[in-house]
Design a protein around this ligand. Structure first.
Ligand SMILES: *[C@@H]1O[C@H](CO)[C@@H](O)[C@H](O)[C@H]1NC(C)=O
Ligand SMILES: *[C@@H]1O[C@H](CO)[C@@H](O)[C@H](O)[C@H]1NC(C)=O
Ligand SMILES: *[C@@H]1O[C@H](CO)[C@@H](O)[C@H](O)[C@H]1NC(C)=O
Ligand SMILES: *[C@@H]1O[C@H](CO)[C@@H](O)[C@H](O)[C@H]1NC(C)=O
Ligand SMILES: *[C@@H]1O[C@H](CO)[C@@H](O)[C@H](O)[C@H]1NC(C)=O
Ligand SMILES: *[C@@H]1O[C@H](CO)[C@@H](O)[C@H](O)[C@H]1NC(C)=O
Ligand SMILES: *[C@@H]1O[C@H](CO)[C@@H](O)[C@H](O)[C@H]1NC(C)=O
Length: 325
């Protein structure tokens, strides 16, 4: 009797396990196939680096023979007229880097945190197409993001996203905020006046065009000058504070111009092979500031004796004199 009961219990038990297995194997059939599909060898990296390495599977195409090339995510965080356009063309000169431009300049994409996350997901999954998209062997993918494009507003969620998705932040700021202000004013003048055959250009590729754009000398409102400079400084400090817990690097435009070792630092951060990077962009405003501002005397008087006085004199040149042709 005992043996019979034992056999019956065993039978029922085995049956139930069988049923369960049939169920799970039919449910997860797709999943297991995908797991088998990805036999990428473990990359030889340090333990702490693992969160920063990704193997995206784009929905729209196959990464083909590069499917096992790890990809790192980055974001250039900057402010308008701080050299980030130029910096991005340098990064995009690398065969393995795709920086997709100022994606959040389009308002709907930054209208709330869900649209932001959705956009970022598309970029980091290599499904975003722009002129910067490279072939399947992209090893670093990112975008350029201005602080006033939803970044400060949604900073908490974005920091969280950066941490979970292993996004490295590349801060690019300008030291001389007075020069930046001239560039902002000149650029907004150009948007209306369009001296280059009626087209608005924020960046130019020939000395001739640069010369035309540099002809305009903005007049700076001396009353608001100090307050404006202070506000930019505060925004920068706040951004650094918000994002200090993410993996990041801080660069200054002037330093990158003077010292190309900074570009090596960036390539090392993104773990791409080191290359000599080139940009075709030509600087618009060069030379001393006194020749670039209409009311130079006012500006000089206003800044004398303030912490910003050094902006009046500071200049920067690349050591070797072949910065731009
Ligand atoms: C088997 O799967 C169905 C639906 O897929 C589910 O409703 C059912 O509870 C599962 N049975 C077991 C034993 O897991
Ligand atoms: C990088 O710049 C050089 C010089 O302008 C150019 O010849 C080369 O094709 C560029 N490479 C890429 C990947 O854009
Ligand atoms: C976010 O914005 C998009 C586009 O403006 C809108 O369709 C969507 O409903 C918004 N989502 C939330 C949660 O507000
Ligand atoms: C960079 O791109 C080249 C050619 O597109 C590819 O052969 C190489 O594996 C890539 N390097 C990395 C680190 O992904
Ligand atoms: C503007 O027009 C002049 C001739 O009128 C031409 O030489 C020049 O290439 C044009 N520049 C651009 C940016 O279209
Ligand atoms: C500077 O800005 C203030 C405040 O907007 C304005 O009242 C003043 O007229 C401006 N000064 C000049 C010279 O434009
Ligand atoms: C250039 O930058 C590197 C680090 O990015 C630094 O170690 C080096 O001292 C700098 N060189 C000069 C001349 O400032």
């Amino acid at each position: 009797m005992i043996v019979l009961v034992f056999v019956m219990v065993c039978g029922v038990y085995i049956c139930s396990i069988c049923l369960k297995q049939i169920n799970t194997s039919t449910n997860t059939g797709l999943l297991t196939v995908q797991m088998i599909e990805k036999p990428c060898p473990e990359p030889t990296i340090e333990q702490w680096e693992i969160p920063y390495v990704h193997y995206p599977k784009p929905k729209t195409y196959s990464r083909a023979e590069c499917a096992c090339n790890p990809v790192r995510n980055f974001a250039i965080l900057s402010m308008q007229r701080s050299g980030s356009g130029w910096f991005e063309t340098l990064l995009n000169n690398h065969t393995n880097i795709s920086s997709n431009g100022e994606i959040f300049s389009v308002k709907v994409r930054r209208s709330n945190i869900s649209t932001i996350v959705e956009t970022l997901d598309t970029i980091y999954n290599l499904d975003w197409f722009s002129s910067a998209s490279k072939n399947e062997c992209t090893a670093a993918v990112g975008l350029k993001w201005m602080l006033n494009q939803g970044l400060m507003q949604h900073h908490e969620e974005i920091v969280e996203y950066f941490k979970t998705r292993g996004v490295a932040a590349i801060f690019l700021f300008r030291r001389n905020l007075l020069r930046r202000m001239i560039s902002v004013l000149a650029n907004s003048y150009d948007r209306d006046a369009k001296p280059l055959n009626g087209t608005h250009k924020s960046h130019v590729h020939s000395p001739h065009e640069a010369e035309i754009l540099a002809k305009y000398k903005p007049k700076i409102n001396a009353t608001l000058l100090i307050a404006n400079l202070k506000q930019v400084e505060e925004t920068t400090a706040k951004a650094l504070e918000y994002f200090k817990s993410t993996r990041h690097i801080i660069l200054y435009y002037e330093d990158v111009v003077k010292n190309r070792t900074k570009l090596i630092d960036v390539q090392d951060l993104l773990k791409v092979p080191r290359k000599d990077l080139k940009s075709r962009q030509v600087k618009i405003h060069k030379g001393s500031l006194s020749s670039q501002i209409e009311n130079w005397d006012d500006v000089q008087k206003t800044l004398k004796g303030t912490p910003y006085e050094s902006f009046l004199h500071a200049d920067y040149r690349r050591r070797r004199r072949r910065r731009r042709r």
